[in-house]
Design a protein around this ligand. Structure first.
Ligand code: NAP
Length: 545
């Protein structure tokens, strides 16, 4: 753990009165603070568990941690001066540079004076009599406000599998999403890495270079596209600055908040030669844009198989040992039905002499021992274990806030069978509580800053309208939430996304978690239109008083 939350005083303090409380100081919390404080003139406090701003990027400091959206559009679009003043150094910025950017924004807008760091929220309770939220922290502080906005991110609660015997391990272990800021010295160490998702695929090549030996424990083989990361040239920076209006227009008009458009061609409508040439070009260009090569990669199984096969062939070409190459080849799900990673030399890593791949489907982990990890076949001796095992996505960080809504109704109870929201923005019986990029919104299927800005703008407009009309309470109607849950399911079922049965989109990575497809897969532009339409129709589906 990298921070020390303030501890409780002997005597609890009196509640501090605010207009709005925001939990989290990442991309969402910073922008929401700016909008409510500087545009609406509200008294706002951001409560942040970490010792600095950055959210996801405060905690994810593992070697190789980079963003998968290209830097020129993995940033805010709301402020021209900031947009024109900042320059990214690489195509995919490293975590340090993203933190620097978020600090730059926070300083530029003088946000830090209203952000309380090292402050972990322990509970949030709504009072039907006053329509106020009361928020308590580990330190025993109490805050009260009419509006509560969670800006806790979708991937903030680490998922550390409960392996038998972990407490007996004599070496050190770390989760990638909770990395010590001082870093870890891997020199001369035997390292075990569990997990080969986006994180595992980023961290493995660096661990292999820094350690004496790396054993990678893989449960599910994954597809990955080369990132082709490189420095950004001054000419590119200049050109982007000139074209930013167009960049943002394209990002907002598409499916995933990226400024590239999906091909209008079907993968099964072109000849084999043509298709291969298109995939080769996309492979050479690198990055998430690969999945935009054809319009139906995520809609049509045959089309998907062409992309999956192409990547399988690439794996076989890159990995020198055919047996290892086969172990690394995904066969149980189609490309991009789980979040597709991008990499810098992931498959090449397995050609190194100091790297060993263990297939957990063939030899599952039995226990962690004093010396390392024992599978059903043998014991692997390790000095350090790195858990790249992902997150209790979407709901984990919201449920641990211990939120109780109208008449003491607990969010844990409301979401016992999986999250049920209206537009991902509100949950019935939780008045005046807004969730930025919550379950039921496009969120993780998008370039996040675009999804975040759309939510913050909508929430700000909603609060502005309430204040102008003298309203004090807004609550999603149960029928609207039921209909929205159906729409979220329909949107997912129109794609191949639900096919990947072990996906964290479904909550399948956390034992015991209800299997519900959580993000809205109907596309960013369509979703934003629905939200705008709700506003125009006098907040249809919300009860306001
Ligand atoms: P993830 O995609 O959930 O991957 C977790 C990995 O750990 C999977 O390989 C999983 O195997 C494995 N695992 C989980 N529990 C296990 C167990 N009990 N035993 C063995 N293996 C186990 O998590 P992630 O890689 O941290 O990525 C999560 C998301 O974060 C990404 O999809 C992406 O949206 C985001 N992310 C973004 C970036 C970026 O933008 N640069 C970087 C990293 C992450 P199974 O597949 O079999 O479940």
């Amino acid at each position: 753990m990298t921070t020390q939350s303030r501890t409780a005083p002997a005597v609890p303090s009196a509640p501090q009165a605010l207009d709005a409380i925001i939990i989290g100081a990442g991309f969402s919390g910073l922008y929401q603070l700016h909008k409510l404080r500087d545009e609406l003139g509200l008294k706002v406090r951001v409560l942040e568990k970490g010792a600095g701003v950055g959210g996801t990027w405060f905690w994810n400091r593992y070697p190789g941690a980079r963003c998968d959206s290209e830097s020129y559009y993995y940033c805010y679009s709301f402020n021209k001066a900031i947009e024109q003043a900042w320059s990214w150094s690489e195509r995919y910025p490293e975590h340090t540079e993203i933190r620097k950017y978020l600090n730059f924004v926070a300083d530029r807008l003088a946000l830090k004076r209203d952000i309380q760091l090292d402050t972990e929220v322990t509970s949030a309770a709504f009072d039907d009599g006053t329509n106020l939220w009361t928020v308590q922290t580990v330190a025993g502080e109490t805050f009260q406000a009419q509006f509560l906005i969670t800006a806790v991110g979708c991937l903030s609660t680490a998922n550390v599998p409960k392996f038998k015997g972990l407490e007996n391990f004599k070496g050190d272990w770390y989760h990638t999403g909770n990395w010590p800021p001082e870093g870890i010295d891997f020199a001369g160490k035997r390292v075990g890495q569990i997990g080969t998702g986006s994180t595992g695929i980023q961290v493995a090549p660096v661990l292999a270079k820094q350690s004496k030996h790396l054993t990678i424990f893989q449960r599910t083989a994954n597809y990955s596209i080369p990132a082709r990361n490189r420095p950004v040239t001054p000419d590119e920076v200049e050109l982007t600055r000139k074209n930013y209006d167009d960049v943002w227009r394209r990002a907002r008009s598409g499916t995933n908040g990226h400024p590239f458009s999906m091909s209008s061609q079907s993968a099964v409508s072109v000849s084999d030669e043509e298709r291969r040439a298109i995939y080769e070009k996309a492979w050479e260009r690198g990055g998430l844009r690969f999945r935009a090569s054809f319009k139906d990669i995520l809609e049509n199984e045959k089309a998907n198989e062409t992309a999956s096969d192409f990547i399988r062939e690439k794996i076989a070409t890159v990995v020198e040992d055919a047996k290892v190459g086969e172990m690394l080849t995904p066969r149980d799900h189609g490309f991009a039905t789980k979040r597709p990673p991008i990499d810098s030399g992931y498959f090449e890593t397995f050609n190194r002499d100091n790297v060993l791949l263990v297939d957990l489907k063939a030899e599952p982990i039995v226990e962690v021992t004093e010396k390392g990890i024992r599978t059903s076949n043998q014991e692997y001796e390790l000095d350090i274990i790195v858990f790249a095992t992902g997150f209790d996505a979407f709901t984990g960080s919201l449920l641990r806030l211990n939120i109780t809504g109208s008449h003491g109704y607990a969010l844990k109870e409301a979401w016992a069978a999986g999250p049920r929201t209206y537009l991902g923005l509100q949950t019935p019986k939780f008045p005046n509580l807004f969730t930025i990029t919550g379950p039921g919104s496009p969120s993780v299927l998008c370039n996040m800053p675009i999804a975040i800005e759309q939510h913050v703008d909508w929430i700000t407009g909603c609060i502005r309208d309430m204040l102008a009309s003298g309203l004090t309470r807004i609550e999603a109607e149960p029928a609207a939430a039921e209909q929205w849950v159906e729409q979220v399911n329909d949107a997912a079922n129109a794609t191949l996304l639900p096919m990947a049965s072990s996906s964290w989109y479904l909550g399948a990575n956390v034992p015991g978690k209800p299997r519900v497809f959580m993000p809205y897969a109907g596309g960013f532009a369509r979703y934003a239109n629905i939200c705008n339409d709700v506003t125009r129709s006098d907040y249809r589906g919300f009860a306001r008083s």
